[in-house]
Structures are given as structure tokens and as C-alpha cells.
Design a protein around this ligand. Structure first.
Ligand SMILES: Nc1ncnc2c1ncn2[C@@H]1O[C@H](COP(=O)(O)OP(=O)(O)OP(=O)(O)O)[C@@H](O)[C@H]1O
Length: 474
């Protein structure tokens, strides 16, 4: 006879063959089969957070397993055990149409089924469980082996390697890696995580984007299971959080991160953060967090120099088994000097052009393919250009915003120029201040805050911002 148990057992054996052992132990072993009604299988999961993780990462494999056992009409229902605080309240189930292509969302609350809430414990909060296996979310393509070393990344890379050898055991805690877009921050932190896993398989490593961390926290608050959330993060040995600047302005998430950070740091667990700005340049972030970001090592990634660009190109082509003439390589490395992502993009465009038109890869084809990309890359928005655009808009002279005058219209133009410089360039607050009227970084910070406030409260001012943005981007 087909029972919930027998179906789930078969599903498990299929899933086990198709995912990593760590992931299987963490996310599937704690699940219990509930009931089977026609084609509808109910599975019991320990918490809402757990259910969301499954939905986000394993819905495909769950669907395949279920459809294999119960046919294409199969449906999956999650039954969520309430967390310990909610003991005594009725558990509820969330119905998910497992064959629906859209990302399923918890919608329908079914009549409660008789689960013993709290009996099956949440794996995030099992007391004494020291070595929880976590699916680390690391991208296996981002290794140290294929991360080309150069002047632009030497310090960050070396610190990363040292950390991988002794996570939590160096003074680089946290390691704060910052730099502009496409310069390899994400690649580098994955490489560190993978090497930790390699050298210390017993350590739990977790990579999470700040955006995802924030969403998870919001959900946890909504569902009143912040404690699960916090405990989960506090158990990680090596926590890697990408794009930490996205915590800006999010006071509650900053606060919860502050507690997680302190707990991990005190226990000597390793924290690795990335950001598009240095700690000093992140705005709307609590001072106590900024000061903690500076506790360990801050290392920046810069634009790669010519030789590094050439080595990166060579490596990418070697991986793809393609050869380019030397002059073509030289041309690309000379001309695409913005960031590694654009370097890779240009390589792909050239290969695509050559393949589509069945042409050889020549300097001529390369030059023509890149001409558009190069123009775009070269047309980087400068602080000078921003100042000119703002001056033209308000009919103010450039000398005036460079001067010390406190005339109202000039102050307004100066503050807007500073604000746009922060928005559109990678320059630090200090460098913006130097270029716009020889002011210090605090003045620039103040200008940015003033503009943001006015943008929210003053309709006419909002209009100025929109007009000028359009002119700058044109
Ligand atoms: N030193 C390097 N050697 C080889 N590949 C690199 C190097 N630096 C960056 N890359 C490659 O460049 C691409 C962009 O890198 P990555 O996504 O890590 O940048 P990022 O700094 O995180 O960018 P963003 O801030 O936009 O997310 C990736 O494909 C990465 O593998």
C-alpha cells in the first residue's frame, strides 16, 4: 500500500542522490512525512523559516521527486510546527501547488491537522547542537585557483588566504572587502569560503547577500520567530555577508546584525563582509557598526592594471578552450579598463560576433565590436561633468560653487553637485569634498543628508533632482 511514509522515503532516496550530503542532512533529514490524501502529500517541517529555505533552494528537486512518485498531478502541503514560543497554539498548514510554475507562496491556511507542536524541534535552535551542517550557498566556480592575483587585489587576496587557513584565528576579523562594481568582491569571498570548507570541513560556512539577510529578518519579524533567525546566524563559524552597504538606513536590521556580529566575534568566529564603499563612506549606518567594521582589516579591490587584465583574459579563454591572436588580447586589455565584469562581457561579445557571422577573430572585428562598449566605458560620469550640469541647470557659475560663498542658490547647487557625485561616481566623500569647493568629508555627508531630506519633503526640490538626474544620465 502506498503510504505517506513510503512515498516520502522514495522521495528522500531520489533527493539524496541529487544534492550534496551536507544539504541533505540539514534540510531533508529533519522533515517528517505527514499524511497522504490522493495525490497530496503533507510533510512536516520544523519552522516557517525552514519552509522558506526549502522553497527558495530546493523546490525543483522536491517537485521532481514528488512527481516521480505520485505523477504530474502531485501536490505538496507543508505543515509547519510552531516555534517554541507558540506552543499551545494550533499548528497550521500551508498549501503549495507543487506543479505550479510560479514561485509558490504561503497562501492558504488549511484546517489545522493534529501535530504535536514543539515536539519536533527546530534544527536552528537545538540546544547543544554544536556542529550543525549548513548548506553554505557557495559558488564552486569562484575559487582561489581562478582568481588572478594582481596589484589591485593583492592585500585582500592574501588576507583571504590567511583567513581560510585559520578562520577566526587571525587579526583580520572582520575582513572587510570593498571596491567598485565587478572588481571581484563576490568571487573572492566565495573563494575564501570554499577554501575554509576544504581545509576545515567541520566548520560551518554561510554565504548570504545582505538583501537576503534583510528579507529573512523581515519575514522572521512578521512570523514572530526572530529568535530562530538570530540563533541560526549565531551558530555559523564563518559568516560571509555580501554588499553590507545595503544595511544603510535599515535601523532594525542593523540592530539585529549588531547582536549577531557581537556574538560571533566574541566567540572567535570569522566574519567576512563586502561593500561597495569603505566603512567610513557608508552612510546611514550606526556608528557602533561602522566602528566594528573597522576592527579587523579593511582591504580594497581596485581596477586591475593592464597585466592583470591580460592574465584574466588568458585564463578565461583557456577555460573556454579558445585562442585569440596576441594583438587582439592586447587591444582588449588596453581598452577595457573599467572592471573585470566588463572585460568578461567584451570577450563574450567578440566570441558571439565571430560565431554568429562565421568570421575569424581579428583585430578589425574586435575593434568594431568593442567600439560601442569602449565608448560607453569611457563615458564615465566625472565630478567635473556633474558640477557643470548642475551649474547650467541653476544658472550658477562654476567659480561660485568652488568658492566659499554661502549665498542660498549657490549653496543649494553645491550640495546637489556633492549629492550627485556620491550617486554617480565611486569617489569617496573626502575626494568629492576636495573637488567641490575644497570642503571636508563631513560637509559632503551633510549635503547628501540635506538633499535626501528635501527630496522627501519638498516637491519642487524633488523636481530639480529628477531633471538633473536625467541631464546627467543623457
Ligand atoms: N581577479 C580576478 N580573476 C579572475 N576573475 C575575476 C577577478 N576579479 C573578478 N573576476 C570575475 O569578474 C566577474 C565579476 O566579479 P564579482 O561578481 O565578484 O564582482 P563584485 O565586485 O562582487 O561586483 P558587484 O559589486 O557588482 O557585485 C566575475 O565573473 C568574477 O569571476
Amino acid at each position: 500500500m502506498i503510504t505517506a511514509n513510503s512515498v516520502w522515503e522514495k522521495c528522500l532516496s531520489f533527493i539524496k542522490d541529487n544534492i550534496a550530503e551536507d544539504a541533505f542532512n540539514t534540510w531533508f533529514v529533519p522533515i517528517r512525512p505527514g499524511k497522504l490524501n490522493n495525490n497530496v502529500l503533507t510533510i512536516q517541517v520544523p519552522s516557517k523559516f525552514f519552509y522558506e529555505w526549502l522553497e527558495e533552494h530546493y523546490i525543483k528537486i522536491l517537485k521532481s521527486a514528488l512527481q516521480k512518485e505520485l505523477g504530474s498531478e502531485a501536490k505538496l502541503v507543508y505543515s509547519i510546527l510552531m516555534d517554541q514560543k507558540s506552543q499551545g497554539r494550533e499548528p497550521f498548514t500551508v498549501r503549495i501547488p507543487s506543479s505550479n510554475k510560479e514561485k509558490p507562496r504561503p497562501q492558504e491556511v488549511e484546517a489545522p491537522i493534529n501535530l504535536q507542536a514543539g515536539k519536533m524541534m527546530n534544527p536552528f535552535i537545538i540546544p547543544g547542537l554544536q556542529k550543525l551542517k549548513i548548506d553554505s550557498q557557495l559558488n564552486h566556480n569562484y575559487t582561489f585557483n581562478n582568481f588572478i592575483e594582481g596589484e589591485s587585489n593583492r592585500l585582500a587576496r592574501a588576507a583571504g588566504r590567511a583567513i581560510a587557513k585559520r578562520p577566526g584565528g587571525t587579526s583580520f576579523n572582520p575582513l572587510f572587502i570593498y571596491g567598485g562594481v565587478g572588481l571581484g568582491k563576490t568571487h573572492l569571498v566565495h573563494a575564501i569560503g570554499l577554501e575554509v570548507k576544504d581545509l576545515h570541513p567541520e566548520k560551518t560556512v554561510l554565504y548570504v547577500s545582505t538583501e537576503k539577510f534583510t528579507q529573512q529578518f523581515i519575514e522572521a519579524v512578521k512570523n514572530n520567530n526572530q529568535n530562530d533567525f538570530i540563533h541560526f546566524y549565531q551558530m555559523i563559524d564563518v559568516l560571509i555577508m555580501d554588499d553590507i552597504q545595503f544595511l544603510s538606513g535599515k535601523a532594525k536590521t542593523q540592530e539585529v546584525f549588531f547582536h549577531i556580529f557581537n556574538h560571533l566575534h566574541q566567540r572567535g568566529n570569522q566574519i567576512i563582509l563586502t561593500s561597495d564603499k569603505s566603512p567610513a563612506d557608508i552612510q546611514d549606518m550606526e556608528d557602533r557598526l561602522i566602528s566594528r567594521f573597522k576592527w579587523g582589516l579593511s582591504a580594497d579591490l581596485q581596477n586591475p592594471d593592464y597585466n592583470t587584465r591580460l592574465s584574466i583574459l588568458k585564463q578565461k579563454l583557456e577555460n573556454d578552450g579558445i585562442e585569440f591572436p596576441d594583438e587582439v588580447m592586447d587591444y582588449i586589455a588596453q581598452n577595457i579598463d573599467t572592471n573585470v565584469r566588463e572585460l568578461e562581457g567584451s570577450l563574450n561579445s567578440i566570441i558571439a560576433q565571430a560565431t554568429l557571422n562565421k568570421r575569424e577573430i581579428t583585430l578589425d572585428l574586435t575593434a568594431r565590436t568593442l567600439s560601442k562598449l569602449v565608448q560607453t566605458a569611457r563615458k564615465e560620469i566625472s565630478i567635473d561633468y556633474i558640477q557643470k550640469t548642475v551649474c547650467e541647470y541653476f544658472k550658477v557659475k562654476m567659480e561660485d560653487i568652488q568658492s566659499k560663498t554661502r549665498k542660498r542658490d549657490v549653496v543649494q547647487a553645491r550640495q546637489l553637485a556633492m549629492y550627485f557625485a556620491k550617486q554617480y561616481t565611486k569617489a569617496s566623500l573626502a575626494s568629492i569634498g576636495t573637488q567641490i569647493g575644497k570642503r571636508d568629508h563631513a560637509t559632503v555627508l551633510h549635503a547628501c543628508k540635506t538633499v535626501k531630506n528635501l527630496q522627501e519633503t519638498d516637491k519642487q526640490f524633488r523636481g530639480y533632482i529628477e531633471d538633473i538626474s536625467r541631464k546627467i544620465a543623457d
